[in-house]
Design a protein around this ligand. Structure first.
Ligand code: SAH
Length: 204
């Protein structure tokens, strides 16, 4: 990676995610999220798939193993380097690159987007930009699947909690919310499961 690319990536990583990959971040469980397996078992998946905020790629690699064409993006270069290394080691075709989820135009066109743990990091303002950014790369009738922290999770540690109304509100124009169900987000913390929402949202 060139120095310029490095600098650009640091600028993308305003929230300090890159530094969290110098250690083992709490969401790094070394396998796909159980809810992603459920999403896969219960839904129809059509590629190409974008795994947005993919981290070190376990969810994307699981989908690639199932034969889907998958690209993962993340703002943290260390996570992307690890994801690409795993893809190569496992002989899979999934590819990963650094990009900002708020500026996806140019990354490609997708029929499915997976968001495991990204939506809940954004401020209200960035959330609006995020949903616009999703709309710019997801085909009509494409499906966005979301796993995010829910307000049923007590405490203030970690990312912000999201309630059902906020999700419906964020996707009220140009989207159809097909499902919002209570779910669990797995962590490597003492508390291995966190209250979450699993959502299936169609681009109209
Ligand atoms: N999807 C992974 C990681 C979730 S943690 C999993 O389920 O394990 C959230 C991820 O989003 C982190 O890897 C972080 O680096 C990434 N991220 C945060 N802000 C981002 C942005 N603006 N654009 C792209 N990725 C971002």
């Amino acid at each position: 990676m060139s120095l310029n690319e490095d600098l650009r990536n640091v600028a993308l990583d305003a929230n300090g995610f890159e530094s969290s990959y110098q250690g083992v971040p709490p969401w790094e469980i070394g396998r796909p999220q159980a809810e992603v397996l459920k999403f896969y078992a219960e839904g129809e998946w059509k590629g190409p798939v974008l795994d947005i905020g993919c981290g070190t790629g376990e969810n994307a690699l699981f989908l690639a193993e199932k034969g889907l064409e998958v690209i993962g993006i993340d703002s943290a270069p260390t996570a992307i380097a690890r994801a690409n290394q795993k893809s190569k080691e496992r002989n899979l075709s999934a590819s990963f690159k650094t990009a900002n989820a708020l500026e996806l135009a140019g990354v490609g066109r997708f029929h499915s987007i997976l968001d495991s743990g990204l939506f809940h990091v954004f401020s209200d303002e960035d959330r609006l930009r995020y949903v616009q950014s999703l709309a710019s790369v997801l085909n009509p009738s494409g499906i966005y699947r979301l796993l995010c922290f829910s307000e049923r999770e007590p405490g203030t540690w970690g990312p912000r909690r999201v309630c059902e109304d906020e999700i419906r509100n964020a996707f009220k124009n140009g989207w159809r919310v097909l499902e919002i169900r209570p779910a669990l987000f797995e962590t490597n913390l003492e508390k291995p499961q966190v209250e979450a929402w699993a959502c299936v949202i169609e681009r109209v």
